[in-house]
Structures are given as structure tokens and as C-alpha cells.
Design a protein around this ligand. Sequence first.
Ligand code: MN
Length: 383
Amino acid sequence: MDRVRIVDTTLRDGEQTAGVVFSNKEKVVIARMLDAIGVDEIEAGTPAMGGDEKEAVKAIAQSNLRAMVMAWNRPVIEDLKHSIDCGVNAVAISISTSDIHIQNKLQKTRQWVLDAVAKATDFAKSHDLYVSVNAEDGSRTDMDYLIRFARVALDAGADRIRFCDTVGVLDPFTTHRKISELRQAIPGIQIEMHTHNDFGMATANAIAGIMAGATHVGVTVNGLGERAGNAALEEVVMALKHVLNSEIVIDTTKLRRLSEYVAVASARPLPLNKAIVGANVFAHESGIHVDGALKDPRTYEAYDPAEVGLERRILIGKHSGSAAFRKKLKDAGIEPDEALMPELLNRVKKCAVELKRSLLDEEFVDLYYELVWERERMARHAG
Ligand code: MN
């Protein structure tokens, strides 16, 4: 199998995050940024909702993107007609497959689900659309039934199955087993992982599915999405590159910029420690780490920060050592006086505890000059 395809659903599942609304303008900008970064597919929204939602999907479908543009649908012909109106080249047809959903939410039977999905898929294929059939709550679905569901969808012409861990209850080992079973039952099946982060394992489960042979992976920028969110685009892409050593075609240097834009558009600020794109992911303060990172960055960094559009930062604070002081002073054009280092260490610690944070570069340089002046004053008095 060649490289894993990246399916971004920031504009669909990401916008389903409670309290998040993108304007149509923002949606088009996000789609363009996703396209520029090199994702394979963009799930742009749900045309059946009508109004602005449908307009946005239409605008994105008409943006001449390299990526495939997909619209989300229930297995309902009317939904699919709305998608066709928008001019998308792909549709997701989504239906619950777990008994808990079929009985309590849909209040239908397993057979009804199979019939609905076959009919809708057949209709979409007759309009030359690429079709992903989504097994909603697939992770809690009886495996024999899930295999039957996939067979029915593929027989009706579906191009792939989206395996949804809708409530985020999988662990990586169970994920690997389930995806392996599906692939054994249906050789050559194309599977998209769609994982949620309710137990903080969305990225790990997505990667486990890929290791078991999933061909596609669904992601959102910054891990936006229902409840605790989805697997994050930036995490999955960098894990593909550096953990699995897989081929990727994403321009990772644009990841930070994309994350910043989506953070603003979603009014969800990026946490400082957000994996891959957080501002402090390449910030070092503790003495041993700074010393190592300055000697060879690979000692404390998994990859070069420039790969994701970040920079290495050395912070001066309570845990700093003299290697960081020398570096900071030299960066400020000052030749450090070694005799002052022990007292500088004391003053920096005291200052950081008082401020309860790292020192700004100006504050640190000021502490150093204070020491220089004190020594000069003492020298004059002595003289
Ligand atoms: Mn979802």
C-alpha cells in the first residue's frame, strides 16, 4: 500500500465542537490553507443543513482545490441531492452501526441500516461521486455485523469504509485488532480511521489503525471536534513522519500557521504545551536540558522545530543553569563575566520565584547589569 491519505474534517466534525462557528469566509480560507499544506481530502460540511452551510460547501467545491472536496450526508437521497447541488466530487454517507445506536437512536433494525446504505450508495455512485460509507459508532459495533455492513456498502459501489470510534472508547491494541479483522475478512478494503479523544487516545488509535493497514486517516486542525475532539492533523502527520517513518506529502512548515489561524477562527486559543504546535514545545529552561540542547538539539528534541514552523527558545527561570546565561548574554551582545555567574544564578532564582514565571530577556539582562554596577560601586568605594 502506498502512503496514507489525509482526510481533514475541521470544517465538519471540527465545527461540530460545541460553541465553535466558522464564518463562510473563514471556511474558505481554512480550506485553501489545508489544500496548500497538501491534505488529500477536505470534508467541507453538511449541505443538507442548507443556508450558509450549503453555501460554504459550494464555495469550497468551486475553489479549484487540488484536494478532493467531500460533503457529509445521512443515507437519504434528499441529502445527497443537496451535496450534488454543491458540485463536490465526494460524499460521506453516514449511518450508525452499533445496536445501541440502531435500537435507541434510529429505532430501526440492522437490516434497515443495510438497505438504507445500499440504496444511498447506489444513488451516489450513479452520479459519479467518490463514496465513503461511515460506520458511525463502528468501534462499539458487533464485528460480524460490521463486516456484513462493509460488504453491503462495497457491493453497492462504496470506495471505502470510515471506521468511527464515535465516543472515543478504543485503545490502540483493540483498534489494531479490529482493523486487522476487517482487513482479513475483506481483503483490499480501504479503511479510514476516525477517532475521538475522550480518553486522550485519538492520535494513538489513529496511528494503531494505520499500523494495522488503514489506508486513510481523518483528522482536524488542533484536534477540534465533538466533545474532547478528534485526532489532530498536526499530531498524526508528524507521527507518520517521525514515529512510523512513513512517506508524507504535507508541507509541515505551514502547520503552526494553520493551527494559529484555526485557533483564532474557532476562538480556541492554542495551549502552550499543545503537542507539535504549542509555543512552548521547543522551549527549554531546566539547566541540564538547555545544556544538552545547546550542545546538540537532538538530545532533547524529537525533530527540528523549523519543520513545523516553530523556533527553539531558551527560557531563563528558576531551573536555569549557567549555559543558558552565557547563551542569552552573548545573544544580547554581552561578553559574560564568569566571576558573576554564581551570584547571577541566585538572583535569577529569587526573581523567578517572586514573579512566579520565567524571566523576559530584558529582565534577565537587567539582573546581570545590576551585578556589574554593584561591583563597580564597590570597587570605587574600596578605591
Ligand atoms: Mn466524529
